[in-house]
Design a protein around this ligand. Structure first.
Ligand code: SF4
Ligand code: SF4
Length: 421
C-alpha cells in the first residue's frame, strides 16, 4: 500500500516526556492479540501486582483494569508504565502508543493533529510533528481502514454536502485568517467567527457550483475589515447568554475519570450532590467560583470579568497552535467531533476561545497575577481539549442546543471580545 501523504499543523512540536498524566485519563481497550501478549508477559509474577486482575471484559471489548488508585493497573508508584519499562514501548497496547496523535483521513491525505490535554503538546516540547512520520506511517497502517480514502467528508451544514477539496479550501482560508499577524489574536478569532456566520448564511448550491473562490475572497475581506475596526468594547454578557455560558464553563471544568467507576455508592452519591451544588453556584454566577477540580485556585466570579489584556506573545502563540491544529487536523467536526457538520463544528471551536480565556483568567487570578502568562493559557487549553471531541456530554442534544444559542450573532462575538481582552 502507498505511504499516506500527511498534512501537519504548522509550528506544532511534541515528544512524550513521561509525565503519565494520560494514563489515568483514558480507558485503554486491548485487542485479543494485545491481551495475549500481556498474558505472555506474566505480570501475575510481579510481586507488586499480586492478586490484581489485569483486564475487564466488557460486552463488546476488553479494557485494561484499574489499580487501587484508579489509574491503569500497569502504572507504577513512580508514575511509569511497567510494560514500557520492562518490555519496551512497542509492546504497549496501541491505544497508549497512539496518544496524543489524531489521524483524520480524507480523499487525498491523512491530516495529523495532537491533543492539547498532553502537557508536552500544550507547551510545544519536542520535535516537529513531521519528525514522527515513521511512527505515523506505522500507526496509520494499523488504525485506518483500507477504504479510508473513500470515507465521506463531514456534512457541511443542514444536510448539505461539499466535497473534501472544498472543505480543505475553507479550512485553508480560516488558517490564513488565524495566521494574519496584522491583527491581534482576539481579532483574528473575531474574523473567523464572522466568516463562519457568512458560511452559515451562504447558499450552499452556489458554493458547490464554483462560487467558492468568490465567496472566500469576499468573506475574507469583509471579516478582516470588520475585525480590525472592532473596538472590542462589548458590554458584559448578560441574561440567558451569560447563564448558558457559565453552564458551559461548569461542564468544561469537570473531570470524569475511568477510576470514578471504582467509587462506592456513598462516594458517588456525595460527589453527585457536590456537583449539583457547584452547578447551582455557576447558575448564580456570584461569589466564589466553586473548585471543580481539587487544584483549581480560588477566585470570585466578579473578578474574572475584569480584563487581563489580549493574549500576546507566547500566550497568543499557544492559542494559534491550538486552533491551527484543530483546523489542519479537521478534528472539529465529523467523526472526530460527535459527527457534527462542518459549520456547527466551527462554531463549537470558536466557543472554546472565551471558555479557555475565562479559565486562563481563573488560573492567573488564583496565582495573584494580573496578566495572561503563557502557563495559564496552556493550562486552560489543556483543560478545554481534555473534553473537545471526547466527553460524551458535549455531543448530546441539550449541549448542542446550548452551543447553538451561544453561537448566535448576538452571543458569540461579544463573548469572544469580552473574554479576549
Ligand atoms: S500526557 Fe503526554 S507527555 Fe505525558 S505521558 Fe502522556 S503522552 Fe507523554
Ligand atoms: S499500559 Fe502503560 S501507557 Fe498504557 S495506560 Fe497503562 S500505564 Fe499508561
Amino acid at each position: 500500500m502507498a505511504k499516506p501523504r500527511f498534512v501537519f499543523p504548522e509550528g506544532q512540536c511534541y515528544d512524550c516526556h513521561s509525565c503519565a498524566l494520560c494514563c489515568p485519563a483514558y480507558e485503554i481497550g486491548v485487542t485479543a492479540e494485545e491481551k495475549q501478549r500481556l498474558v505472555e508477559q506474566r505480570w501475575e509474577e510481579d510481586a507488586a501486582l499480586a492478586g490484581q486482575p489485569f483486564f475487564v471484559e466488557r460486552k463488546r471489548n476488553t479494557v485494561l483494569a484499574l489499580g487501587e488508585g484508579g489509574s491503569c493497573v500497569f502504572l507504577d508508584d513512580g508514575n511509569r508504565c511497567r510494560i514500557h519499562a520492562k518490555f519496551g514501548e512497542p509492546t504497549k497496547p496501541l491505544g497508549c502508543r497512539a496518544y496524543p496523535f489524531v489521524l483524520i483521513p480524507t480523499d487525498a491525505e491523512v491530516r495529523v493533529s495532537v491533543r492539547f490535554d498532553c502537557p508536552s503538546v500544550a507547551a510545544n516540547r519536542g520535535r516537529p510533528l513531521a519528525d514522527h512520520r515513521p511512527w505515523l506511517e506505522e500507526l496509520s497502517a494499523q488504525v485506518l481502514p483500507p477504504n479510508a480514502r473513500d470515507l465521506p467528508p463531514p456534512a457541511f451544514r443542514d444536510g448539505h454536502r461539499l466535497e473534501w477539496p472544498q472543505l480543505r479550501r475553507l479550512t485553508d482560508a480560516l488558517l490564513g485568517v488565524l495566521a494574519n499577524q496584522e491583527l491581534s489574536f482576539t481579532r483574528r478569532i473575531i474574523a473567523c467567527v464572522t466568516m463562519t456566520h457568512l458560511l452559515q448564511r451562504a447558499k450552499v448550491d452556489k458554493l458547490a457550483e464554483g462560487g467558492l473562490k468568490e465567496f472566500l475572497l469576499l468573506s475574507e475581506e469583509v471579516s478582516l475589515k470588520d475585525a480590525s475596526a472592532d473596538d472590542l468594547d462589548s458590554p458584559a454578557p448578560t441574561g440567558r447568554g451569560a447563564l448558558l455560558f457559565r453552564q458551559s464553563l461548569a461542564l468544561y471544568g469537570r473531570r470524569d475519570l475511568p477510576g470514578d467507576l471504582l467509587r462506592s455508592a456513598r462516594q458517588t452519591a456525595a460527589r453527585t450532590g457536590g456537583r449539583f451544588r457547584q452547578a447551582l453556584r455557576f447558575v448564580r454566577g456570584s461569589g466564589a467560583v466553586p473548585a471543580l477540580q481539587p487544584d483549581f485556585p480560588q477566585a470570585d466570579f466578579l473578578a474574572l470579568e475584569e480584563p487581563l489584556g489580549e493574549p500576546a506573545g507566547e500566550s497568543a502563540e499557544a492559542l494559534l497552535r491550538f486552533y491551527t491544529g484543530k483546523l489542519t487536523g479537521m478534528t472539529f467536526c465529523g467523526r472526530a467531533y460527535y459527527h457534527v457538520p462542518f459549520v456547527e463544528g466551527l462554531y463549537g471551536l470558536w466557543l472554546t476561545y472565551p471558555v479557555a480565556l475565562w479559565y486562563a483568567r481563573l488560573f492567573a487570578r488564583g496565582d495573584a497575577r494580573a496578566s495572561l502568562a503563557p502557563e495559564f493559557v496552556q493550562r486552560a487549553l489543556r483543560l478545554v481539549d481534555w473534553h473537545h471531541g471526547r466527553t460524551p456530554a458535549f455531543g448530546t442534544r441539550s449541549e448542542r442546543g446550548r452551543a447553538a444559542f451561544l453561537s448566535s450573532e448576538e452571543c458569540l462575538r461579544p463573548l469572544v471580545a469580552w473574554y479576549g481582552r
